[in-house]
Ligand binder design. Structure first.
Ligand SMILES: Cc1ncc(COP(=O)(O)O)c(C=O)c1O
Length: 473
């Protein structure tokens, strides 16, 4: 693997506790084969999520010390407000403790029952918040965005012709359009500047505001610079600002491209919406100059939003994800192509066709990766999204069975990701030994967080390679 080397050196290390395969077998049994229930300290490479798992820089840690903890009018807020205004160009900046609160405040302010909210693809909390507020959440990604093997450059793009039709058919019932950059639920795929411009033009024609779900705005801007014609010489910061300028506001989980462990915000131009949001904010988060965060969190977020646009960092970051994807794909492991900005998605249905969706092929792969190599990914398939048909009682599977390997920012080294690549390749080589699972205890909704499972047959064969640096087998 040869992605750009780390553009940082390590000042503080977090020691990892080695585990043996026997310990992991026991831990899996105790966790009911649910990786959310495995203690994090027994994981060697944790690729569960890229959200809130970034390593902060020395400057961010230093910024914590100057956090102003005044209840109202903290100078940390004004610094944060200016940073976000300079980045987005939006007038009203409302801090929240994470992204889903920004969504909740926005939708509960602007949505009426019977409305619709179009998006390229709603992230699950975005969908849930829109629906809770009474809207129908409509996904309008371009068709190639749903084809794992298609190698398009901008598979996160909005289908603007369908958007136009939806806005025409539902006149007066669409309070806003969302555009998720990059498109997490579609594999972390980017949206082009041309598509954002076309989406904004459709919205303007219908008089509907456009909001970005901007969690990974810097990663999206990097893809635009690298892949879109005529953008190669435009600095990533300018690309990000130009994209925000096409919209009227954004929701942000700073746990991704804010490079912090907690934080988010809502930003917008509309003063009346902003006033209403702030009234609700006081009820559920806190005073508008801290919004559920400490002053020091605002400082770390301001610094992170500046650092994330560093092009050496982005070249390393996106390169890390790309190289992991290419390393496993070149060895014949089917993945969503091309690798996205924050994660590699293994195509579990193609890897384990002998395991039917209701026996969770993605979970079988995730269990094997942990048991044999101490690596934690997350199943995004029938365990997360499947359900039983209320009429027939038969299981209904989602369109894709995936295992997501999300890469935390600035956390893992090249050697650790090479270890992940070799482990995935080894699990794939022994794929016929993978065994399905069945649920022994499950919650009525969001069952993947808490369900308990058991394997339907004896576990996978003991691995031969690769040698494991920390998790000795
Ligand atoms: C695209 C997208 N939107 C919204 C969210 C919600 O953010 P948070 O987890 O900070 O509430 C996420 C989190 O993963 C996301 O990926």
């Amino acid at each position: 693997m040869s992605f750009p080397a780390e553009p940082f050196r390590i000042k503080v290390v977090e020691l990892l506790k080695p585990t043996t395969r026997e310990e992991r077998v026991r831990l899996l049994e105790e966790a009911g084969y649910n990786l959310f229930k495995v203690p994090a300290e027994s994981i060697y490479v944790d690729l569960l999520t890229d959200s809130g798992t970034s390593a902060m820089s020395d400057r961010q840690w230093a910024a914590l010390m100057v956090g102003d903890e005044s209840y109202a009018g903290s100078k940390s807020f004004f610094r944060f407000e200016k940073t976000v205004q300079d980045l987005t160009g939006y007038r009203h900046i409302i801090p929240t403790h994470q992204g889903r609160m920004a969504e909740n405040l926005l939708f509960h302010t602007v949505v009426k029952p019977g409305d619709a909210v179009p998006n390229n693809i709603h992230f699950d909390t975005t969908r849930a918040n829109a629906e809770q507020a009474g809207a129908e959440a409509i996904d309008l990604v371009v068709p190639e965005g749903l084809d794992p093997a298609h190698r398009g450059s901008f598979k996160g793009n909005m289908d603007t012709a369908r958007l136009d039709r939806v806005l025409e058919e539902r006149k007066g019932r669409v309070p806003l359009v969302m555009l998720t950059i990059t498109n997490n639920s579609g594999g972390g795929q980017p949206v082009s500047m041309a598509n954002a411009r076309a989406t904004a033009a459709v919205c303007r024609r219908h008089g509907v505001p456009l909001f970005f779900d901007a969690c990974r705005f810097a990663e999206n801007a990097w893809f635009v610079q690298q892949r879109e014609e005529g953008m190669a010489n435009t600095p990533v910061g300018d690309i990000a600002r130009a994209m925000f300028a096409l919209g009227d506001g954004c929701t942000m989980s700073a746990k991704k491209d804010g490079l912090v462990n907690i934080g988010g915000f809502l930003a917008m131009n509309d003063g009346s919406w902003s006033d209403q949001v702030k009234h609700r904010l006081i009820l559920v988060e806190g005073f508008p100059t801290y919004g559920g965060l400490a002053g020091r969190d605002l400082e770390a977020m301001s610094q992170g939003l500046i650092e994330v646009l560093d092009e050496d960092y982005l070249a390393f970051r996106i390169g890390q994800v790309r190289e992991l994807g290419e390393a496993v794909s070149d060895a014949g492991v089917p993945i969503i192509q091309p690798p996205g900005g924050h994660a590699v998605y293994l195509d579990a249905r193609a890897i384990a066709p002998h395991i039917p969706p209701h026996e969770f092929p993605g979970q079988a792969i995730a269990v094997a990766l942990y048991r044999d190599y101490g690596i934690r990914g997350v199943e995004i398939g029938s365990l997360m999204f499947g359900h039983d048909d209320p009429a027939t009682g038969q299981p209904v599977a989602p369109p894709l069975e995936l295992v997501r390997l999300a890469i935390p920012r600035r956390v893992y080294t090249k050697a650790q990701l090479a270890y992940v690549a070799r482990s995935v390749i080894e699990v794939h080589r022994r794929r016929e030994a993978l065994r399905g699972l069945r649920i022994t205890q499950g919650a009525p909704f969001l069952r993947h967080f808490t369900a308990t499972l058991e394997e339907v047959a004896v576990g996978v064969a003991r691995p031969e390679a690769p040698a494991q640096p920390a998790a000795r087998t």
